[in-house]
Write a protein that binds this ligand. Structure first.
Ligand code: ATP
Length: 143
């Protein structure tokens, strides 16, 4: 039995990651979903959150802005994300700015489209900040 997963993470802009990994944890709409080799075929929605990949004993972290995951034949996993960044590529200052902008829009308590947009912006920025900070915390550490 094959013991690796062939993972490809794509956004409308580019391929973020492609390679063989041991385990994938994705933010499913009903909670975190763990995928190991020989997982059954699934197609699931992803929410904004953290995507984790285990490769050669080390976990790698990505911020993902929603999308979907397909586990197909022969351990092929495709993740199509609205946007995604590897922890190392996240501009934390930009995410902090977005968080502040979102929070000040939310304080206006407007019940229109702007409110929904600000909620999404806040959710995205918090995911980016969480992943960027995790990178610092666990740098050079395997767990
Ligand atoms: P914001 O939510 O800060 O206004 P945005 O609207 O530009 O940012 P998105 O629409 O989520 O953000 O993403 C647009 C592109 O910018 C994507 O390629 C995404 O990966 C990238 N991006 C957005 N924020 C960051 C960040 N803080 N660090 C790195 N890349 C980012």
């Amino acid at each position: 039995m094959a013991n690796k997963l062939h993972l490809k993470i794509t956004t409308p802009e580019k391929v973020i990651f492609e390679g063989d990994v041991d385990e994938v944890l994705v933010p499913g709409s009903n909670g975190e979903l763990g995928i190991l080799p020989n997982h059954t075929h699934i197609l699931a929605n992803l929410k904004v959150g953290e995507l984790k990949i285990k490769k050669e004993g080390t976990w790698d972290h990505f911020a993902i802005m929603g999308g979907f995951v397909e586990v197909g034949e022969e351990n092929n996993i495709k993740i199509l994300a609205d946007a995604a960044e590897h922890a190392e590529d996240i501009d934390e200052a930009k995410a902090m700015e977005a968080k502040e902008r979102a929070e000040s829009l939310l304080k206006e308590k407007r019940e229109d489209v702007k409110f929904t947009e600000a909620s999404v912006m806040l959710e995205r920025s918090l995911a980016r900040i969480r992943v960027a900070q995790r990178k610092k915390k666990y740098k050079a550490k395997t767990y």
